[in-house]
Design a protein around this ligand. Sequence first.
Ligand SMILES: Nc1ncnc2c1ncn2[C@@H]1O[C@H](COP(=O)(O)OP(=O)(O)OP(=O)(O)O)[C@@H](O)[C@H]1O
Ligand SMILES: [Mg+2]
Length: 223
Amino acid sequence: MKIVLDIGGSIVASPAPNVPYIKGLAELLIELQREGHRVMVVVGGGRLARDYVATARELGASEDYCDEVGIGATRMNAMLLIAALGEHAVKALRKNTLGAAKAKKILVMGGTKPRQTTDAVSAQLAWRTHADLLVVATNVDGVYDSDPKTHPKAKRLPRVTPRQLVKLVSTKEYRAGSTAVVDPLAARIIERNRIRTVVLDGRRLENIRAAVSGGEHGGTVVG
Ligand SMILES: Nc1ncnc2c1ncn2[C@@H]1O[C@H](COP(=O)(O)OP(=O)(O)OP(=O)(O)O)[C@@H](O)[C@H]1O
Ligand SMILES: [Mg+2]
């Protein structure tokens, strides 16, 4: 299978880089690649992005500039995973992502340009490379009918249609550093291109493994 993994900076490096987690993730990715899967990873910005974006904003930066700052943070996080993968990784931190996607190694990248979160980059990468599966690994066990952090009675949805997902996240703001389980642009790309997607709790690596092997991942299937 060709898999795009959209991994939350929230689980890789928040509040600080999680070394055992990054090591475990690298091992899992190498294992998947050995089994014959083709793996591409987009790493999110996490706490570093949120802190730096907030600071840049406080200093009077434009929203596009805040995005650039956030992208820098996603790349810093991506570089940690690249460090853990060593020779197994191909970096796509700057240009020619699609060229890099053809390499036999594990592609790792962060954000690419302003007005696009790493969720949107992941969805676009999945679409452009005709991936079989997009795995959104985040800090919550799937898509809820409202934000579980602010609505204690929110219910997890084991399955949503792409349309439902678009509707659910459409109230979210586009600003750099905002949180949504899947950002609105990514949801629209998923819908338009019918990308097979799973949203799951990536803090448990077994869930990511299960999503690839067709096991019980405890998250939300978009389809
Ligand atoms: N409908 C929803 N269902 C589930 N989670 C939601 C929903 N709406 C908002 N959220 C929030 O989205 C958060 C996850 O997104 P967040 O952007 O914080 O993390 P991430 O995407 O893993 O990390 P990063 O964006 O730093 O890469 C959850 O902790 C949850 O509070
Ligand atoms: Mg996010």
